[in-house]
Design a protein around this ligand. Structure first.
Ligand code: FES
Length: 154
């Protein structure tokens, strides 16, 4: 070939093209590695749980139950509203206790949450998770649907 390039230049060009193609092919490797190594545990949703007659939950009452592996506090406010909380503290997962003076208190670092699950005292920065709870035909039914009380908190 007489186009002014030497065989060595052509070899260098081919080598650069080959390395470029290999680099492009390697781009998705970190993502594939993450997909492969990342835990694939998916929590199965629990069936709704009948936790008793609505009449057994008087105003101001509190009851602690287990729902799957989750400790749940059921609170009936003075106004009659039922509330269900995941009792794992949003700071480091210790189990909070209802102190019957309208606060959940964490035994680990002293975090406190009000009767709606909002943070009253740090270190937790997020409110307690709430679960869906409702009265149906005179029964109290807990469902595996969670939501945050105050997503905008801190
Ligand atoms: S785990 Fe609850 S305040 Fe730290």
């Amino acid at each position: 070939m007489q186009d002014g390039t030497t065989a060595e230049e052509r070899r260098g060009l081919l080598k650069n093209i080959l390395y470029g193609a290999l680099a492009l092919a390697a781009l998705p490797l970190p993502w594939l590695g993450w997909k492969f190594l990342k835990p694939q545990v998916q929590r199965r949703k629990l069936a709704p749980l009948d936790i008793g007659a609505a009449a057994d939950f008087s105003a101001g009452s509190y009851r602690r139950i287990s729902y799957g592996d989750r400790p749940v506090g059921i609170l009936r406010s003075a106004a009659g509203e039922l509330r269900a909380f995941d009792l794992r503290c949003t700071h480091a997962n210790c189990i909070v206790n209802w102190n019957r003076e309208s606060e959940f208190v964490c035994p680990c670092h002293g975090g406190r949450f009000d009767a709606e699950g909002r943070v009253n005292l740090l270190p937790p920065e997020k409110p307690l998770l709430r679960l869906d709870i409702a009265e149906r035909e005179g029964r109290v039914i807990l469902r595996d649907e969670e939501y945050s009380t105050a997503a905008d908190q801190i």
